[in-house]
Write a protein that binds this ligand. Sequence first.
Ligand code: TRP
Length: 444
Amino acid sequence: MSEKRVKFATKLGIVAAAAGSAVGLGNIWRFPSQTADGGGAIFIFVYVGCILFFGIPLMVSEFVVGRAAQANTAGAFHKLSPGTQWKWVGRLGVLTGFVIMGFYMVVCGWTLDYFFQSLSGNLHRVSDFTTNFNTLLSNPLRQILWMILFTGMTAFFILSGVKKGIEQSSKFLMPLLFLLLFILAIRSVLLEGSSQGLNFLFKPSMEHVKPTLFLDAMGQAFFSLSIGMGCMITYGSYFNSDINFTKTAVQVSLLDSMVAILAGVIIFPSAFALSTNAGTIVDELVAGGPGLLFITLPELFNQMPLSIVWATLFFCLLSVAALTSTISLMEVVTVYLNEEYRLSRRRSTLLTSFGVIILGVISSLSPPFFNMLDVASAKFMLPLGGLFISLFVGWYLDRKLVSAQLTNEGTLNYGVAFLKVYIFVLRYVAPAAILAIFIYGLVG
Ligand code: TRP
């Protein structure tokens, strides 16, 4: 089977596909709401720490496992450690992917809904954006239809194959999204009264610190980088033998964090500037949580000339960013069914989509269920998966194999020190940090 495995065609395509998986609603929808909830700058500080200390090393580890095994997430553990219980880490990953899709697709549906609202000009005529968003939330049928449509779109790309589907779509739309975010960030910062928002974002204050700060930030880091469930294992299995893992992981993480920070620079300054009641704005932000993106941004667009054009373009590109993420999630579950149960790719895709739609329907009908899937995946399942992946690569895997993967069979010159530090991080630093944050988050 390994000879037949499809590869990504170009190096740019690889970074684009991995970055396409990482950059999504996690950056533009979840990051701002988590940041608001977590007290602003202090949250970002911890978040960046998580990316550096275990985010990047873990992403590299997933690449190592994937390319070494040339198999799906569960199959990879099976292949590299036959007859052991490590296969459960892969299975947990597949389950996690499923759980994430169960609420993520609903938010994708909101994005599509907003795209059509702006395309039709309706968004332009709204006077109260909070009410506008709540109207959508109180209409499960509307949410369900969009969610099903988005799941169908994802399935379509999965069926059209790895190269064509994932690579082509990521390659030129991502830079366009980046450019648009940049323009919006400038517009937002130039609004009168925006400086308070920038302070909230960049000036740490202990005022709003919560006991769950570390767990929340860690969860966001895992979620945003698409690590902890083997998404990057699956993508790693498509990588060519000359791909530099460390470089790719650094590039993807940098890009991902930049998009998240840009989203913050768009949303917070405009939220502060456009708020009618500056006194309660932070409370409002926290309460507004999940809706921040869908309430504040349309308000910002309304301040701009040609608002229909900006809003339509934004929600279109956001849908694309979300799509490259859902493709990576669905790919994990689909290839698993395809390779482990010998179902055809088409059947695997249909089965996965069907399951996702069921979870999505329940999430649309029940906000507590939606929240439960979000919390369970980001703050529990992903860090747990990450913990085991770092132990697996740090302790179980043969050092020679790891080093061969990291240095591309010795063609990359990293030196012994680099490898030592890397293994040390995986053996001790990452597991200890994840475990400590877990325990602190649960008892704190
Ligand atoms: N990282 C994506 C985002 O920020 C979501 C995502 C895609 C993901 N694949 C994943 C999250 C795998 C965790 C694991 O929107």
